[in-house]
Design a protein around this ligand. Sequence first.
Ligand code: PAP
Length: 352
Amino acid sequence: MAIQPNYAPPFSQCFLSPRTQEDIERDEQIYNSYEKLSSQLPILDDWYPLTLQNYQSFWIHPSQVPSCMAVQSHFNPRPSDILIVTNPKSGTTWLRALSYATLHRHSFSISDHPLLTTTPEQCVPFLEGLFNYHTIPNISVLPSPTIFSTHLAFSLLPQSLDCRIVFLCRDPKDTFVSLWHLVQRLRISSSTEDKSIVELDFNKAFQLFSQGISPRGPFWDHVLGYWKESKRRPEKVLFLKYEEMMEDPVSHLRKLAEFMGCPFSMEEERDGVVEDIVKLCSFDNLRELEVNKDNKGSVESRRLPPSSFFRKGKVGDWVNYLSMEMVEKLDAITKEKLHGFGLSFESSAAVP
Ligand code: PAP
């Protein structure tokens, strides 16, 4: 049964382009087959309500497994499009805002900017959301370039993908702490009679995360896929770190603009456009704006007040939650899995 897509223009156009009865039935059949396949995968409840299924070595919420399959087979971006990719809780919201504000800076002034009234997720749609309506969206009708976002692992992207990719990663210690807080809030907001599942035990969550069992995990495999690809094809994959961006957002925004094919001109530099965008998209500014927005984002984000996505926005908050043993454990896994490939998170020293 087709569900009504909840997108405003221009994204609603993907679902509105003329479709014959044959198209509609074909899409229904495609999604039914994906749902059938996903219903055969066992469900893991430990991160409830973010239940998980293991699909091609990555842990994904059951409602998103069929959409991931649809993205894998039917997402066909143009070379000009831009895909921003993150692990959950690694700065998706921030990167969506920065990339959108940068790419469309000639269309809006700061005082009438869409980010003042709509969420970053409405400006940069989540692929797993866009491909979740029993309809294969026709993205060729969207303006070129369009920015999309996803949490899909590199190995799960379509093999023929030819667009530019921006990957943002974050120290796993802060990613884990942020994720635990989100799940806590989701649990509290889920109406359930069973009080025993309200609290997500921190130690248990930590064990799962370190074993690679977390939404879109294993964390390290997810990061490594994009890291390797950024080394292989640096002109197509830009690899960014949350901690480095927090330290110097202005030079990272310049780098992002260049990569997206819209570098800042001398005039823009002189007029402070780079700093203006950084300020517009800053944690404090977006958090303040978010409170008044009508959230039409993903199901997960609609379950929570928008402010839940703006918790602290700090580097090194893990120092307030992780024991020394936990820190050593996560650092050791990072060292074992990533250092050999030249990737580390040394810039994320704890800032209490
Ligand atoms: P998602 O996976 O649910 O989309 P995502 O936006 O990737 O979440 O990450 C949320 C984290 O980014 C939160 O971190 P925290 O829990 O440690 O505080 C959130 O506060 C942080 N964040 C959101 N917006 C910004 C921003 N503009 N600048 C820096 N950090 C931000």
